[in-house]
Design a protein around this ligand. Sequence first.
Ligand code: CU
Length: 210
Amino acid sequence: MVGTSTSLIGPTARPSTPTTSSYQKGYHNVLKVDSNGYANCKSDNPISTFESGDDHITLARGTHYFICGISNHCSHGNMKIKIIAQGGATQATMAIGLVMLALLLLNGELAESEQFTVGDNHGWDFDVINWTNDKTFHADDILEFKYQKGYHNVLKVDSNGYANCKSDNPISTFESGDDHITLARGTHYFICGISNHCSHGNMKIKITAQ
Ligand SMILES: [Cu+2]
């Protein structure tokens, strides 16, 4: 995943040509030397020799020295370059990027909404009123109301409707038997609108989503 770039060395550089060192074969060459070889244009003991006329050299991290070993091209022609490759920096940047990506993914995981089955195994049924007691709800959480269709229903009501089990003017009505309701931030009230299930059966819940 670490990208590499190719630099063309020399006045004949053409950006579209992926060449590292281009020159007339036989007239120049490329010697990879040490710092002493670079400083003194010593061509008698190179680390590597390249002479194809179109040499590609991949840089390891660190400092590299290249000279032309022909005649006095180095000493009198300034045909020498010193290159510092910062591979470590690139890899460190990559590592930081991966950590940040991991944190973003983790954050997304934590922010994901939770789904609750109202009443747990009992579903939406009598005495569900205390089901909310030990739970914390957040915006975008989903409530699933499971119940026998036709025998119960789910009415979203206001605080007055909740307190007095008033089913005549609900905000919303759900009656599929398996209703999914996404919570907005705030307090929400749900009652069963059938018969006296709310007033005598405690079929109502109050939920505050943070
Ligand atoms: Cu009911």
